[in-house]
Design a protein around this ligand. Structure first.
Ligand code: GLV
Length: 302
């Protein structure tokens, strides 16, 4: 008899075909997330679970699913899973590192450019039929080329973002818990600085660190106070790394110039005030959402 596996949300068919070869699969192809009690119910008798980052696996869930042996997150970040609680119970947790680095780096640049050059705002304006012809002062944004890019977290995605910055002739500084070796710094053309220097000197601050207790609210009021008034924040990492209320204060108080966001503190919601800010570009957590990468993520899970 094949072991039983639950697939908690819709995944690409390529992954399901592979799974079906080896497991007795129950999959939620409606793609509506299970409520916590429903998730526990569905997990009864299952040895494995293929899950998305909207599924919360904590001690309470593990305690009610004694047959569960492995939880596979179709994502790189796994802050939705209490990995310590899983390990205490001998349950393996896996993620999908490596598949989305370039796709997420591409999207980081999409947000950065869209915010700096007011792409969403001008698109909305054009569609409204209000454009009456070319004007010198219309939709002037910020240059990106030759500016300073501050990367927080020089991991795989941070490196991808730095590599792309070369094409824009930027000065790239970075901060991390550990300094990269000299060869890496040379290869990516980046200079290590401390957090305060990065915040003070960057025209663009881009976040690429995982969400842990230590990185929660990595940016809050004191940090925004250090940033340039013309700076743009890009967050395609995890929402709670930024204190969203403090971000709203910083934007309202013109302490920074704008933000390109893909992630939020309490998804699928964000601070209401952000919704009406023209200098903010909001994406619904889609940085890794290319067809190729999302298909690969599904395959990689197996
Ligand atoms: C997406 O946010 C991921 O962590 O894979």
């Amino acid at each position: 008899m094949k072991p039983k596996v639950l697939v908690s949300r819709k995944v690409f068919d390529a992954a399901l075909v592979l799974l079906n070869k080896h497991f007795d699969v129950e999959s939620n192809q409606r793609d509506v997330p299970y409520a916590p009690t429903q998730l526990v119910k569905k997990l009864q008798g299952k040895s494995g679970a293929i899950v998305l980052l909207t599924d919360i696996f904590d001690e309470r869930v593990f305690a009610q699913c004694p047959e569960l042996k492995i939880v596979c997150n179709v994502a790189v970040g796994y802050n939705n899973i209490d990995a310590k609680a899983a390990s205490r119970r001998g349950i393996m947790v896996t993620n999908t590192p490596g598949v989305l680095d370039d796709t997420t780096a591409d999207f980081t640049w999409t947000l950065l450019l869209a915010t700096a050059r007011r792409v969403v705002e001008s698109d909305t304006f054009f569609r409204s039929g209000k454009w009456k012809g070319w004007g010198l002062m219309q939709f002037t944004g910020y240059d990106v080329h030759h500016k300073t890019l501050g990367i927080v977290g020089m991991g795989r995605i941070g490196k991808g973002v730095a590599r792309r910055a070369k094409g824009f002739d930027m000065r790239v500084i970075y901060t991390d818990i550990q300094r990269a070796d000299e060869a890496t710094e040379r290869e990516y053309g980046v200079m290590y600085v401390d957090k305060r220097t990065l915040l003070r000197e960057s025209d663009f601050v881009s976040l690429h660190i995982p969400l842990f207790a230590e990185t929660q609210h990595f940016l809050s009021d004191p940090e925004f106070a250090l940033m340039k008034k013309t700076a743009i924040l890009v967050n395609a990492a995890r929402g709670p790394i930024v204190d969203e209320k403090a971000l709203v204060r910083a934007l309202k108080g013109a302490k920074i110039a704008g933000a390109g966001l893909d992630v939020y503190e309490k998804e699928p919601k964000c601070e209401r005030a952000l919704l009406s800010m023209k200098n903010v570009v909001l994406a619904p957590h889609t940085a890794s959402a290319s067809i190729e990468t999302r298909t690969d993520s599904g395959r990689r899970t197996l």
